[in-house]
Design a protein around this ligand. Structure first.
Ligand code: ADP
Ligand code: MG
Length: 287
């Protein structure tokens, strides 16, 4: 059994399990002397391909210059039994997948949002995701697994942090093939085993927008009541030929800001979050 049973990893006391995947578990933890909160990600594997991927994820994170949209790696610890752990900045909030309440649809052919967002709020969440991707791409990093479960959204602050660099690829390895991705979100050129490029993450960002609006990312069909400029943006992100897609996250952000001004006549919203059914969360602590 990995050292979660010890309830302490290095100088961090594990408090609560907050996420579990096939590769490992993520705990909310506190520094035993300083008291600050961190996320501790534990590998379920001591050796083999999965352990190598875990070490590569940590190594890649350690080389990304700090940015508030990406968790910083504070430490990498191996416990007495040989299980490795990453200590990461704590990202407050909930995953976008949880906020949207992504569930199988009635005929179980797709996972769709039970609580989709309205167009304006889809745009601010997309803007934060693209801010994270812009930083990564400038650093020469391809994320490779952009999806609602890997974006932690701080609704009152209108902030977001992109997590999970398990299949990310950086710098010198960019001429290799991608390491994976998620059905419904992975770009066609990655499936064809072409080298990953920033535009491949932008494709996935387009699919995340569809998920936020309540559509099915697998079919790529955008709900018909979506405003036209947003539909056009998504269509541009989902061009099969990556050279025809927008060339940078910054360009997509520029279009998002233009849509917000053109359609909603304002650069920002007063509400924290508005769902497509009109329900509004009003607590917003920052413009
Ligand atoms: N830095 C973090 N701060 C807070 N929660 C986190 C952090 N990183 C991950 N999590 C939580 O753990 C879950 C799993 O983390 P992730 O890195 O996506 O690993 P996995 O490979 O298991 O999908 C996330 O969906 C999120 O709920
Ligand atoms: Mg994940």
């Amino acid at each position: 059994m990995p050292a979660s049973s010890n309830l302490q990893v290095g100088s961090y006391a594990l408090k609560k399990l907050v996420g579990e995947g096939s590769f490992g578990c993520v705990y909310e933890a506190r520094h035993i002397h300083l008291g600050h909160r961190v996320a501790v990600k534990q590998s379920k594997w001591k050796d083999g391909d999965e352990a190598t991927l875990f070490l590569q994820e940590a190594s890649l994170l350690s080389r990304i210059p700090h940015h508030y949209t990406i968790p910083a790696l504070h430490d990498y610890v191996v416990d007495r039994e040989g299980f490795p752990f990453m200590v990461l900045t704590w990202a407050p909030g909930q995953t976008l997948g949880k906020i949207l309440d992504v569930q199988p649809n009635a005929d179980r052919t797709a996972f769709v949002a039970r609580r989709p967002l309205d167009d304006e709020h889809t745009l601010w969440v997309a803007d934060r995701l693209l801010e994270a991707l812009g930083h990564l791409h400038k650093c020469g990093v391809f994320h490779g697994d952009v999806k609602p479960d890997n974006l932690i959204v701080d609704v009152p602050q209108h902030g977001a942090v992109l997590t999970d660099f398990t299949v990310s690829v950086a710098g010198s390895k960019r001429d290799s093939v991608g390491k994976g991705g998620s059905p419904g979100y992975i770009a066609p050129e990655i499936l064809s085993r072409m080298p990953p490029i920033g535009e491949s993450d932008l494709w996935s960002a387009g699919k995340v927008m569809i998920a936020m609006l309540g559509g099915d990312p697998c079919t790529g069909v955008v709900p018909s009541d979506t405003c036209e400029p947003l539909r056009d943006l998504i269509a541009h992100l989902l061009c099969a030929d990556p050279t025809v897609r927008p060339h940078s996250a910054a360009l997509v952000r520029k279009t998002i800001h233009e849509i917000r001004e053109k359609v909603f006549k304002r650069p920002s919203t007063r509400e924290a979050l508005r769902f497509r059914d009109g329900t509004v969360l009003t607590v917003k602590t920052k413009p």
